[in-house]
Write a new protein. Sequence first.
Length: 277
Amino acid sequence: MSAALEEVLNSHRTGRPVVMGVLNVTPDSFSDGGKFYDPASAVAQALRMVAEGADIIDVGAESTRPGSERVPADEQIARLEPVLPEVAKLGVLVSIDTTRAEVAEFALAAGARIINDVSAGRDDPRMFALAASSGAALVLMHMLGEPKSMQLDPRYEDVVREIRDFLAERLAAAEAAGVPRSRCIVDPGIGFGKRLEHNLALLAGAEAFCRLGVPVLYGPSRKRFIGEITGEEVPTNRLGGTLAACLAAYRRGATIFRVHDVAPLVQALAVARAIEQ
Ligand code: HH2
């Protein structure tokens, strides 16, 4: 395993913040759909995020915004083919944001080292086996149902307890399939079948997820809950709220943050870490 990946997987022990830059090679993502659909602009954006201090570039070819339709695996691969190998050549850690083992397999062969599975291994029964045999790290995220219907009427009795129990169960399932816990990362899934009050509880409750003993990742970047609090309708104008959400979770022990705007978060986390130390 590379030293860079080891640092990420140890971040919950060291407190070192890790910034994961989002690269959506999609025509329809909620905040940047179409912007990096062209391969040259996608690679240029990856280069920019690396220069800004991103530790990981998370490449995705399927939007999972509320209401979105599935993108077949071969279409995801066709979108990734001209981009992902070039991003891996930059020497940065690459993660693949997909729920399909076929897509993850392509990405790992092209140099990705992390599988970011927003279904936590529930969409494709082959995903855990692939993570086990490849030695990749694995992000297990909570989502209520599927993107098409997840925001229709999300309900929880105790959102933090239920999602912590879900993540504990998925960690155990991954482990049973041969993926060591030491290679797993958990994510409560901000915005994936959650109302405002749920998202706030999940951010305030980061310590509960940290007690699972693996690094905790949050992806609040530009999401709707920030607009609900502030009235800001335009996702790209939600940077201030994104920073506040990441810093609140960092103070409570989370260490990995998936964002579209890398430079401001790298700076914010450096200052937050200096204060905490
Ligand atoms: N959020 C999105 C996509 N992937 N992965 C993890 N682990 N955590 C997240 O919170 C997360 C994620 C959605 O954001 P984005 O990629 O910007 O939008 P879209 O799904 O429309 O492409």
